[in-house]
Ligand binder design. Structure first.
Ligand SMILES: *Cc1c(COP(=O)(O)O)cnc(C)c1O
Length: 484
């Protein structure tokens, strides 16, 4: 390889030759990716887990940890093709089960540079500009969440799960007594898991109406707990995208002295849209907020953020490690990064988030959020007009919850799996209290995070759901031979 010589599998991504070496290897990886995408030709490979396992088995790439390597070119081609052919691709409009977004190319391009240079965010001497950029970006996020607070702050997390853990952790560390988590029946499973991890009592669960926490029920739950409670409200539930009545909840928390954390992992980026931000009214009354830019925000995983109204609350994360943030280094002016996370080594995830906001502005991001919410409203209208479908309710964010009329839970579950296994569509499911008795029933859901789709992209999918329902009904309930 002349000047850049040696085995390409041992080339480095940094240093003076890094860019040239990446310029040689990245096209090979992208070529493999393109080949795989053509092979797949749909939102997900067809045939389910057995077929994916068989593809890998016949590829010759399954020798656990091969003793001798294929070399960079062959390995990149083979594995990139396999991954792209076998991926669930949220850039396909019909891959819409989860809060799993199609990343923006600009963010991924930025991430190549971040990966190549590999700043690690646990000490300034590993990440001089990355830490400065991160601090600048996080100040912006803190003020986005808390426009009127004097000293807000924010940190990067691995996602809503870690952010909710931090929300409860800071509640525990700032409280004088044992704290009691209180959350809605609509809350994310990571809330009770965080309580478990932190050794806190299992959360008191407040009932919901239409997947929103009922304020009067919260007041009742707080009565015996008072200031020992930390309430977790949700702004954008995972099942339906509903937003809890944040202003009412914040007022009730104030009255009882309870701390408030808002899990806005899904809905938080509505703050970027002037027309949608009012739906989050009251968010800035919370003591802390979780938001995820790997949902609305179109970042590759992971892009979690955690904002605190009072920067001092975050001092609970302070920790000393002589080799990373010695007192004398900190006194000499080296920023202490270790206390900005519960992790040690940490990727510069804020870099691609900052590049994305730098490219689009919050306005541009807000417009993409609006696009998704509009599409969801329109798709829900299609559902309501469809004679064979029923809607769970009008979307508040970008989640459309529906099912074929008269379908029981078993049928709903089978429709989802059938579409998944045939590689036709990736649709979600959610169990929600339904009907007059409020019994939990299973619904299908489309979580629309594709920022360039319109309702027209989902017409065929809705018909496929109905056709699948009919075919599945035929399987389990064959027509009586005498009926005709
Ligand atoms: C996605 C989500 C989470 C979990 O976030 P991760 O980023 O997957 O850790 C928590 N709460 C809500 C409401 C979510 O939508």
């Amino acid at each position: 390889m002349g000047e850049s010589g040696g085995d390409p599998a041992t080339w480095l991504s940094g240093g003076p030759n890094g860019p040239n070496r990446l310029a040689e290897l990245i096209p090979i990886a992208l070529h493999g990716m393109a080949t795989g995408i053509t092979e797949r030709n749909g939102p997900i490979p067809s045939g389910g887990p057995a077929s994916v396992a068989a593809t890998l088995a016949t590829s010759g790439a399954t020798h656990h940890l091969p003793k001798s390597g294929l070399g960079a070119h062959q390995a990149l081609t083979k594995y990139a093709t396999l991954l792209a052919a076998g991926t669930a691709d949220p850039a396909d409009p019909t891959c819409a089960a989860h809060l799993h977004c199609p990343p923006l190319a600009v963010s991924v391009a930025a991430d190549v540079v971040a990966s190549a240079l590999n700043p690690s965010m646990d000490s300034w001497d590993q990440a001089p500009m990355a830490s400065e950029l991160e601090a600048e970006f996080l100040t912006g996020i803190a003020h986005l969440c808390y426009p009127h607070a004097p000293t807000p702050d924010a940190v990067v997390t691995s996602g809503g799960t870690e952010s909710n853990l931090l929300g409860l952790l800071l509640a525990r560390e700032t409280a004088a007594t044992t704290i009691h988590p209180v959350c809605g029946a609509n809350s994310h499973h990571s809330v009770s898991r965080a309580a478990w991890l932190l050794g806190l009592p299992a959360p008191v669960v407040v009932p919901c109406q239409d997947d929103r926490m009922i304020p009067s029920a919260l007041a009742e739950a707080l009565a015996p707990l008072g200031a020992s409670a930390v309430v977790v409200a949700t702004a954008g539930t995972t099942n339906t995208g509903r937003i809890d009545p944040l202003e009412d909840i914040a007022r009730i928390c104030r009255l009882s002295g309870a701390r408030l954390h808002v899990d806005a992992a899904y809905g938080g980026m509505l703050l970027c849209s002037d027309t949608l931000a009012p739906r989050l009214a009251g968010l800035d009354l919370a003591d802390s907020v979780a938001l995820d830019m790997h949902k609305f925000g179109w970042q590759p995983v992971a892009a979690g953020l955690f904002a605190a109204r009072n920067a001092t609350d975050l001092s609970a994360l302070t920790v000393r490690a002589e080799y990373l943030n010695a007192d004398d280094d900190t006194e000499a002016g080296l920023p202490d990064l270790l206390g900005r996370s519960i992790r040690t080594s940490r990727r510069p995830d804020a870099f691609r988030m900052a590049v994305t906001v730098g490219a689009l502005g919050t306005e541009g991001l807000g417009a993409l959020v609006e696009r998704c919410c509009t599409t969801a409203t329109e798709v829900n209208e299609l559902v309501e007009r469809h004679p064979a479908l029923e809607s769970w309710g009008a979307p508040e964010l970008s989640t459309v919850v529906f099912r074929p009329r008269g379908a029981d839970d078993d049928l709903v579950a089978r429709i989802r799996r059938t579409l998944l296994e045939s590689g036709t569509a990736v649709i979600g499911r959610g169990s929600l209290p339904s009907g007059p008795d409020g019994a939990p029933r299973l619904w299908l859901k489309l979580t629309l995070l594709h920022p360039h789709t319109t309702a027209a992209d989902y017409v065929e999918l809705l018909d496929q759901v109905v056709a699948t329902a009919e075919a599945e009904r035929g399987v389990t309930a064959p027509q009586s031979p005498v009926a005709s």
